[in-house]
Design a protein around this ligand. Sequence first.
Ligand code: IFM
Length: 470
Amino acid sequence: MTKRGDFVWGVSTAAYQIEGAAADGGRGPSIWDTFSHEPGRVLHGDTGDVATDHYHRLEEDLDLLAALGVDVYRFSFSWSRVLPYGRGEVNEEGLRFYDCLIDGLIARGIQPVPTLYHWDLPQALQDEGGWAARATIDAFLEYTDLMARRYGSRVTMWTTVNEPWVATYLGNSVGVHAPGIRDHAVAAAVHHNLLLAHSAAAERLRRLVPNAFVGIALNMSFIYPAVDTPLSRRAAQLAFDQLVMSFLEPLRSGRYPESIVGFSERWVVGAGIVESGDLEQIAGSLDFLSINEYHPRYVVDPEDLAAARLAGFSGGSPSPFAVGLPYLDVEPYGVPHSAGGWMIVPRGLTDLLVEVGELVPGLPLYISENGTTAADYPDQNGDVIDDARVAYLDSHIAAALDAIDAGVNLRGYFLWSFLDNFEWAEGYSQRFGIVYVDYPTRQRTPKRSFGWYRDRIARGPSAALLTEGA
Ligand code: IFM
């Protein structure tokens, strides 16, 4: 069992959401540059062209991280900043930016925890078929190799891919994220190829990086059956299989869940996609598992919808993500919501961690993202009093620590997010940061939650565990 003292505290960000400098320093375009510039794709036509301008404000942001007192900082590399065309020509200026970031963190006593892929595929690779093409895996390996050789002596803990479910289905099936494709067959290939890319990169990192500690970050929710019937329990399992096990099962056992493969031809990750040897390569490729959690879900079988309504649940229209699977998402009446409309149910985090802990016994787990939007604005004194965020963080950190008490091997908590940032299709309308960013000036103002988190970190002992398990 993990002692509370063996726990690292951090914050998370991602390159396209904060860096800006989209056309500076030799960076090439990614699919998010293309997508965000297409009319109607992103709320208010927002783009990541400037974002928080982190690229030009690195020292200021490093000093803020130091003032926060985090042990670890999770960020992502922009692939097209270092390889503008995805492969081939290397952009030394881009590599130098990440040298400054990594060295600046280490100089301040903060461990860098990079993610290789947080959704910003170089556009040049999308033009050749994107993640649906296996050749993109070779390009990812070339990129991984470059980063491992450059930073491997300074970076131990690596995340390969962030939220492959979102990249696959929001990007290629529902089309509300880049590259904006709506094709289930493409999504099935992307699903499998992202797992293959993860496992190939993990193998390469272990070869090149001393004490490499490699994982993937999956977005997850605990899924409750809204009513306790066999049909709705099955619906909850199907929804969990679709969201979590369709990635976690191959990673832990080298199989796709039976419930998903072949349930609907639109969800087949099988014929024509999986090649001999793939699943063996994917299995067992994790040193740790990172979990991005914001809220749980409640589902019912369509047959149970009337019973769920009587039991105090609202909603129940088919989710665009269900594609053929028989479940409906509902919500308990009266459940609190964030400013962005997500349910606030801290117990969902404990239940999820316990469930995942049982699925991958002994594997170190990290919460790589957890946080909330709030209606943040500076008051007449210029202060941002985000008490709703403080309450969310307090209850969710307590819920995470409850899971440790229940025996879960949880090693760390990364808050999403350090800075307000570009929230993908929602543009700048959703603020997740504990540092307020005034977008016209890019001026930073730590919110009340920043001071609260700094004190919370200072209160608990924390030790760097990052090389353990390697
Ligand atoms: O902003 C995103 C992040 O990029 C991935 N996980 C969820 C966050 C909030 O939606």
